[in-house]
Design a protein. Structure first.
Length: 218
């Protein structure tokens, strides 16, 4: 049986959430403008997994209408009761480079107690490419959550602001090897002599993965 917009719509209208998710997955196989129109009602589906799947696809389908997509993502970022869906909204905002939503991301980062939402916001800031994100990333570096620190290091590398180098250099001897691994990547992206000095130090790291990544970023 061939997949058509009509067959997908039947799945999306199903009372079975598994069928609705199957329909969402099949949207990838049809023309994107049509898929974008069809996905919108699922953004507020009663089932968390369906909403998550729908919001996650907006980072590609949303390119068809960034104004409408921004409105939907803002709504889910602020109003969805599930952290997973809020996190997916933050991911999509970053992926679509919706810099207009930077203040929204910053507000939710400070208002939420959910580490997953905070993590997704910090990880999204690198893709977002908004220079104002530097201060929020700097704040996240001071977190006592290693995952947030790791995400902040990676996003600073993507953002490309060399003011980050002396801040990141302090993590060269961090006890978490995954932080040191991400550090080597970030410094490689940032470049410059100060970054190179730290990378050279990391080439002698006790963890082979870190040392190899450092050598790759020289």
């Amino acid at each position: 049986m061939s997949i058509t917009p009509e067959s997908i719509q039947d799945l999306l209208n199903s009372e079975n959430f598994g069928e609705r998710i199957r329909g969402l997955n099949q949207l990838r196989q049809i023309e994107t403008e049509t898929a974008f129109e069809m996905i919108q009602p699922l953004i507020k589906d009663q089932n968390t997994r369906v909403r998550y799947a729908a919001v996650s696809q907006l980072d590609t389908l949303g390119k068809n209408n960034k104004t409408a997509t921004l409105k939907m993502l803002r709504d889910r970022l602020f109003n969805d009761p599930e952290p997973d869906v809020q996190a997916a909204a933050a991911d999509a905002i970053g992926g679509l480079e919706l810099v207009e939503a930077y203040e929204d991301l910053a507000q939710v980062y400070h208002d939420t107690s959910e580490w997953l939402v905070q993590f997704s916001i910090i990880a999204a800031l690198g893709e977002l490419g908004e220079p104002r994100g530097f201060e929020l990333l700097q704040e996240a570096l001071q977190s006592d959550n290693n995952l947030l620190q790791t995400a902040a290091i990676g996003s600073m590398g993507e953002l490309g602001d060399r003011r980050a180098v002396p801040l990141l250099a302090t993590f060269a001897e961090n006890e978490d090897w995954q932080i040191r691994y991400r550090l080597a990547q970030a410094l490689g992206r940032l470049g410059g002599e100060e970054a190179k000095t730290v990378i050279i130090k990391l080439t002698d790291d006790e963890f082979e993965q870190v040392a190899t990544e450092a050598k790759n970023n020289l």
